[in-house]
Design a protein around this ligand. Structure first.
Ligand code: B12
Ligand code: SF4
Ligand code: SF4
Length: 259
């Protein structure tokens, strides 16, 4: 019965064009900082985790081409999340809830948007979709690092897929050396603030810096500031949502980059 249910879901998900799919029982999901799944969905028993290979856009020297590739992917993942959630509800007559790629995030004062409601790396780990590498990202055995995850929680009582036991990382440190701000220097920890300052320069930090300068500027300088590249980039980021200008640790890893 469990195998039949998993096969049905797997077939449905792969038919949507998703690269891989895994299953995790909630009991096997453990993330040091994210909330308990029961606080999000009290009766959830398992999660279906989907793995999406990122297109080669992320290698482009143009940050807008790179980020647009991510936005294409995020739009696709939203559609797959909704379709799978409704498929489970319709097919098995039980409630299901989707977990998106990242935003919106809980911006509570404790975590300031740095902790997801569900840690999708730990979800992928529990669903047998890969293992942590030196860059603190999950490496999928076939697809490598350039993989984005989403999940659908439900009341289906499914067992977890077997974990990936081999360590795909060869500890070459290419990812560590490719980080322009040393955010990966300490093993097992990403310095989130260093990463953010480099990978999202037009996010909340950029916006705060802009307005701090603006309130101290003369009316003439303020006029110039509105026509500056800095203002326009911040404005664009705020219209579209978080935007990454760095994919280095993600693209530099030489393992498993089959297309
Ligand atoms: C907030 C966030 C960020 C923040 C904070 C990162 C952080 N410290 O967790 C910032 C802005 C810095 C960030 C950066 C990036 N992110 Co981000 N991010 C998220 C988000 C939304 C939440 C992460 C979270 O909950 N963290 C809190 C917990 C999990 O962190 P933690 O307990 O402190 O665990 C850390 C360490 O302890 C260590 N760790 C934990 N357990 C273990 C076990 C072992 C064995 C090892 C070695 C390490 C290790 O890894 C964590 C890294 O700091 C997730 C989406 C999601 N909902 O999960 C995406 C997510 C993690 N990001 C992702 C990506 C791709 C990126 C970037 C490459 C940016 C980009 N261009 O896309 C960089 C990579 C930075 C890096 N090398 O770590 C992907 C990762 C995919 C993958 N293949 O693993 C995710 C899963 C999005 C997705 N849906 O796929 N991100
Ligand atoms: S995304 Fe860029 S800044 Fe952030 S850890 Fe990776 S290489 Fe460093
Ligand atoms: S670049 Fe090298 S050290 Fe970094 S995750 Fe990939 S294999 Fe591991």
């Amino acid at each position: 019965m469990v195998t039949e249910t998993k096969d049905k879901i797997r077939q449905y998900v792969l038919g949507l064009g998703v690269d891989d799919v895994g299953f995790a029982n909630i009991k096997d999901y453990s993330s040091p900082r994210s909330p308990e799944i029961a606080s999000l969905f009290p009766s959830a028993r398992s999660m279906v985790v989907m793995a999406f290979k990122e297109a080669s856009n992320c290698e482009s020297p143009s940050s807008s081409i790179a980020m647009n590739g991510r936005l294409d992917l995020m739009e696709f993942t939203r559609s797959c999340n909704y379709k799978l959630t409704r498929y489970i509800e319709r097919e098995f007559h039980i409630p299901a809830m989707s977990v998106p790629v990242s935003y919106p995030l809980d911006m509570n004062a404790k975590h300031m948007g740095l902790v997801g409601e569900v840690s999708l790396r730990h979800a992928a780990l529990a669903a047998g979709l890969g293992n942590f590498g030196r860059h603190n990202l999950i490496m999928h055995p076939r697809l490598g690092t350039r993989v984005i995850f989403t999940a659908v929680l439900s009341e289906l009582d499914l067992s977890s897929d077997p974990p990936v036991t081999e360590d795909p990382c060869i500890y070459c440190d290419i990812c560590v050396e490719s980080c322009p701000v040393g955010a990966l220097d300490e093993e097992g920890k990403t310095d989130a603030l260093k990463c953010l300052s480099n990978s999202q320069p037009h996010g909340i930090g950029g916006s705060i810096r802009f307005w701090q300068k603006f309130v101290k500027a003369s009316p003439e300088e303020q006029k110039k500031m509105f026509y500056s590249e800095e203002y326009m980039r911040n404005y664009q980021a705020q219209m579209i949502g978080f935007q990454y200008t760095c994919f280095n640790c993600y693209t530099s890893c030489p393992i498993g980059n089959d297309l």
